[in-house]
Design a binder for this molecule. Structure first.
Ligand code: AMP
Length: 545
């Protein structure tokens, strides 16, 4: 047939070009590592991203080489992202909260050629430097600093580099299926696994995430992504923001409630995104200082289940609509988002709250199903009743992990999320449990298996299990259930001491519960569900909300 539409590859460079052309003066407000503020705009971000692309070219990097970042949400990080991915390189964001062994593993596994970092992470970088021999260039995301140069003589400074290079750069016309960024999942036993996003998946995800029934972004908004750029690319918000031309406030390293209230009020943020722990901190701070968060029209909560009273607190006390969303590193992350439909308008408030407490329904571009097993052999009814293994497929869902040849999918092409959920006929999904043996504390993963392996190495413990206990601040915290050997007089403090230097401090269990027996099922597996029922609330009494 004659006649066709144009074909243009969906590229990340097209997002920043669009923002530069049509939203050049839209503000990007950024908190620097020292707490000072920088006000810039999309036009300037685009120019500097081109300068940085020239810097990277001058290093002789070739398409798909990896460039790592260890940085907070700030304007230089944003510029570097567009410079890296736009020029055909892969932006590998690293979570600074992980253990140094994991940092070394990830940088080497990704074969990063350049590592750029915020001042805050100088010591982290120095501590792993000798173990990451393939990194050829280290760039401090800041202006020249004599002290840093003293500590790290081969370091380059971002501001110097971009000042030396031209703002003219021709973005390459890449294949849209080429990799654009890389993010590692953590918390699993064994090494972290890399998820490689493509230009195409990123652009399509940005469309879906911006829609009114998703994060609801527009050129009238000023958004505050509190979710870090090293957590699934800040949920893709820097890409969606360029697509719709909204203004952004980037909060830098200060994510405490007080600092966030100040940013929201001073810069009139309309929409903010983060994990429940962040919002709990924000609510407490706002109550304390009497702020009404007047500009805040909506906030997005995801990464962990939204406590029901949080939706109500934002609505009743701040007239702010809280949008509950679900996703994971492997899903870019948006897999479901909770917005009501027209038919729900007649429901009363309590019924609406009940519906909105679920994790939501999939936007166009992804599909969900729940199955009776993780292989996906039998799909469960979409009746909102029977929980099953939640599986997903779509344009921005992982197919295989970085550098692993095996597909991560079921035989019929779905990705098993490791979450247990119900699905109703309208597509509303509600998570009820997790099949993966992980604990999510304040948005960061802790592997229960790793904690068990450490504890069981103690000669006076016969059997152990680590479970997630609900925590009012951190959503979940690990607790250790332990059966001591007969003659042992081991104390809780001694066991907790045993964890020191074997794991990051914040991953050490909050509590040890000594028991006479740990329940096991027919196949000899520990019945963690029973343990969660028995001890899952044990921290709620101990810690004031
Ligand atoms: P990550 O890959 O670190 O983004 O973690 C993804 C996992 O976090 C999911 O598989 C869920 O177990 C959990 N998660 C994310 N969002 C939610 C949510 N809204 N409610 C409950 N759990 C969530």
């Amino acid at each position: 047939m004659i006649g066709n539409m144009m074909f243009q590859p969906l590229l990340i460079s097209s997002l920043i070009e669009h923002a530069a052309l049509y939203h050049a003066d839209t503000a990007i407000i950024s908190k620097n590592t020292d707490g000072s503020m920088t006000e810039t705009a999309w036009g300037q971000i685009a120019q500097n991203s081109k300068r940085f692309a020239n810097v990277l070219q001058s290093f002789g990097l070739t398409v798909s080489d990896r460039v790592a970042t260890i940085a907070w949400n700030n304007h230089r990080h944003l510029e570097s992202w567009y410079g890296i991915s736009g020029s055909g390189l892969v932006c590998h964001t690293i979570n600074p909260r992980l253990f140094p062994e994991q940092h070394k593993y990830m940088v080497n596994d990704a074969n990063d050629k350049v590592l750029i970092f915020d001042k805050t992470f100088l010591n982290l970088v120095l501590s792993i430097k000798e173990a990451i021999p393939y990194v050829e260039h280290f760039i401090c995301l800041d202006a020249y600093d004599e002290d840093i140069l003293q500590a790290f003589p081969e370091v380059l400074f971002y501001d110097d580099l971009i000042a030396q290079h031209s703002e003219h750069f021709e973005w390459p016309e890449l294949d849209e299926t080429k990799a654009s960024s890389l993010c590692y999942t953590s918390g699993t036993t064994g090494n972290p696994k890399g998820v490689l996003y493509s230009h195409r998946s990123t652009v399509l995800h940005s469309y879906a995430a911006s829609l009114p029934d998703s994060f609801h972004f527009s050129a009238q908004d000023r958004i505050l992504p509190v979710v870090p750029m090293f957590h699934v690319n800040a949920w893709g918000t820097p890409y969606s923001a360029a697509m719709v031309g909204c203004s952004m406030v980037l909060p830098g390293p200060m994510l405490d409630g007080e600092s966030l209230v100040q940013l929201i009020d001073e810069y009139e943020v309309t929409n903010a995104l983060g994990v429940p722990t962040i919002w709990q901190g924000l609510l407490n701070a706002a109550y304390q200082c009497g702020s009404k968060l007047e500009s805040l029209v909506r906030n997005v909560v995801g990464g962990a289940a939204c406590p029901p009273n949080m939706l109500k607190a934002f609505k009743d006390d701040f007239q702010c609509e809280t949008i509950h969303a679900w996703g994971m590193t492997e899903t870019s992350p948006l897999g479901a988002v909770n917005q009501l439909k027209a038919k729900h308008a007649a429901l009363d408030d309590s019924e609406k709250f009940k519906l909105r407490f679920a994790q939501g329904r999939p936007p166009y571009g992804v599909s969900l199903r729940v199955c009776q097993d993780e292989k996906g052999t039998a799909e469960s009814a979409r009746d909102g009743q029977l929980p099953g293994h939640l599986q997903i497929k779509g344009h921005w869902i992982v197919e295989s992990y970085f550098d692993q040849f095996n597909h991560a999918l079921t035989q019929d092409g779905w990705f098993d999320t490791g979450d247990i959920a119900t699905l109703d006929q309208d597509g509303y999904m509600q998570i009820s449990d997790r099949s993966k043996d992980l604990i999510k504390s304040g948005g960061e993963w802790i592997s229960s298996v790793e904690l068990e392996n450490i504890a069981i190495a103690h000669p006076e413990l016969d059997m152990v299990a680590v479970i997630a206990a609900t925590h009012p601040k951190w959503d979940e915290r690990p607790i250790l259930i332990a059966k001591k050997s007969a003659a042992s007089s081991l104390s809780e403090a001694e066991i907790l001491d045993f964890y020191a230097n074997k794991i990051a401090k914040w991953q050490i269990p909050d509590k040890v519960v000594f028991v006479d027996a740990i329940p096991v099922g027919g196949t000899g597996k520990i019945l963690k569900k029973d343990l969660r029922e028995a001890y899952g609330s044990i921290l709620l009494a101990a810690v004031p909300a």
